[in-house]
Design a protein around this ligand. Structure first.
Ligand code: SF4
Length: 294
């Protein structure tokens, strides 16, 4: 039977009480409690990943960010953290103290957070909140698909997020443009994402998040179904180029499907595949870790 921690890891509700933006989760990748901030109420994203777990069958809400409300909600959740850094929210009552320490406040929502015009203002606000709680040891995290990291306003926001303690966790799901367009579906090219990651990593070490899955349903079309040897090589070459261009990769987080995706043609890879990929990445001298995959 799954432990209480594992049961929480499988859930990722973006709703909490009567809050609009902020939500607490027990996060495997954070190693404790992460306070998420969802900036994409309208569920807009400039990717259309078939493995996306955002429910777009129901329409999003009106996208007009209320910064004072974001502050109020994040501050209210921070009030539940005791002097030992343990989050005392009632929803985590059954979780042992050692597993529910506050780790981060993360911009992670129902779409791409850097698309939101108020992104730099939200980053400045979170920086201010973090600076106002010197006794609490938590990071600010941006979870992004990296498409817009070359925009000056987005860069300014990222700088504010990283000013005290922060990290960017950026998506890299493919080695070839062909697989990238199947698994992420975007007008932005994979080469541009690579160059954005190089620029970011030259000034700020970051984590890479890579989704591994397979796509059924295009048999005979010539389209890639999944991670064949050429795709794996191209992906490893991209990681190598990013690292050799002077960018520091703190860790590659490898994962596969954990919950039902938006497109039923997407299936998970097995744990052995993920572990083999981890070993190949570590052989490049880049830290890597598998999250999920049974
Ligand atoms: S980038 Fe994230 S939010 Fe956007 S479609 Fe892909 S998985 Fe969904």
């Amino acid at each position: 039977m799954a432990s209480i921690k594992e049961q929480f890891h499988r859930l990722h509700p973006r709703e909490y009480a009567n809050f609009t933006y902020a939500y607490p989760v027990l996060s495997r990748r954070s190693g404790g409690v992460s306070l998420g901030v969802n900036l994409n109420l309208d569920k807009f994203c400039n990717f259309d990943c078939p493995y996306c777990q955002v429910d777009r069958t129901t329409p999003g809400r009106e996208q007009k960010l209320d910064l004072p409300r974001i502050r109020e909600e994040v501050e209210a959740l921070l009030q539940s953290v005791d002097s030992g850094g343990v989050c005392r929210l009632a929803i985590f009552d059954a979780v042992p103290d050692s597993d529910k320490k506050l780790r981060d406040v993360a911009l992670s929502g129902d779409g791409e957070p850097t698309m939101v015009p108020e992104f730099p203002d939200v980053c400045a606000l979170l920086h201010e909140i973090q600076a106002g709680h010197p006794a609490l040891d938590f990071k600010l995290v941006l979870i992004t698909n990296a498409t817009l990291l070359d925009r000056p306003k987005v860069r300014a926001g990222v700088e504010a997020l990283l000013a005290l303690r922060g990290e960017v966790w950026a998506k890299l799901d493919a080695g070839t443009e062909d697989w990238f367009q199947r698994v992420n579906v975007s007008r932005v090219s994979l080469d541009r994402i690579e160059s954005n990651l190089i620029e970011l990593g030259r000034s700020s070490p970051f984590k890479v998040q890579s989704f591994f899955g397979r796509m059924k349903g295009a048999e005979g079309s010539g389209a890639r179904q999944g991670w064949d040897a050429a795709e794996v090589e191209a992906y490893l070459q991209r990681l190598t180029r990013i690292r050799d261009s002077g960018a520091r990769i703190l860790e590659v987080q490898l994962y596969t499907l954990a919950r039902p995706p938006s497109d039923a043609h997407v299936t998970a890879v097995d744990k052995t595949f993920l572990e083999n990929m981890r070993a190949r990445i570590e052989a490049l001298d880049i830290p890597a870790r598998v999250y999920g995959g049974d």
